[in-house]
Design a protein around this ligand. Structure first.
Ligand SMILES: C[S@@+](CC[C@H](N)C(=O)[O-])C[C@H]1O[C@@H](n2cnc3c(N)ncnc32)[C@H](O)[C@@H]1O
Length: 216
């Protein structure tokens, strides 16, 4: 058996009270998402966002790309960790959540660091690959059906020392369920098998709903 302590809510509260504090607009988005009911679980976890912030700061990254902005928690967290001239390219097909995210970005005064593209993820990534742009960190967190395609575009778009992260790769633990045969669980299982065979460095971290981290 591996040696991991159980992480319950008390432990999470302890971790938060002994870590970097959240920005007031991060707290505001969390509250906003809490009131969305079931849709709240679409947002990455606070620990995952902390981890993204650590990666950006520790590696002095300057550019991030996100597929799946939702109400902006992950993009805002990334923007807050970037230097003044840093940029986040945030893609989401939903014009309504993009508007909500933009208001939060303005409130946190990081709207100049975040470019929001309202578009289908595949179309947006295809366009970016043609432009030969490169990003230091790419977060894949949109429709699970397209994860393999998003990953392949990301491999072309990632900078030499960059990191690709993919959310939901443990899919509420369903990846272990041999009897689960719903479309999304099968897509995640297929994605994990695909990545396993790829010649790229990779770890699956048990953060949030499962966070895969890859680098060349
Ligand atoms: C899981 S949520 C992203 C959560 C966000 N990263 C956060 O932490 O708050 C997924 C988002 O992907 C978007 N999405 C779904 N399918 C998409 C597609 N084909 N192209 C672009 N965005 C898509 C949805 O509109 C939704 O906002």
């Amino acid at each position: 058996m591996d040696k991991n302590i159980p992480i319950d809510q008390n432990m999470i509260d302890y971790i938060f009270s002994h870590s970097e504090s959240l920005h007031k607009v991060q707290k505001k988005i969390l509250k906003f998402n809490d009131n969305l009911g079931k849709a709240k679980r679409l947002q990455i976890s606070i620990l995952q966002a902390n981890f993204l912030q650590f990666l950006i700061k520790a590696n002095k990254f300057k550019s991030c790309l996100e597929v799946g902005t939702f109400t902006g928690y992950s993009s805002l967290s990334m923007a807050l960790s970037l230097p003044k001239n840093g940029k986040v390219y945030a893609i989401d097909k939903d014009i309504n959540t993009n508007k909500i995210a933009l208001n939060f970005f303005k409130e946190a005064k990081v709207n100049n660091k975040i470019f929001i593209e309202t578009n289908n993820g595949i179309n947006a990534l295809k366009k970016l690959t043609k432009s030969k742009k490169k990003f230091d960190l790419i977060l894949i967190d949109a429709d699970k059906e397209s994860y393999i395609k998003y990953f392949n575009y990301s491999v072309q778009l990632i900078s030499k020392r960059g990191i690709i992260l993919i959310d939901n790769t443990l899919w509420k633990g369903e990846v272990l369920n041999q009897n689960a045969n719903d479309k999304l669980t099968l897509k995640i299982k297929k994605f994990n098998e695909y990545i396993k065979k790829k010649r790229i460095n990779k770890y699956i971290l048990p953060l949030g709903d499962g966070f895969t981290i890859c680098w060349k």
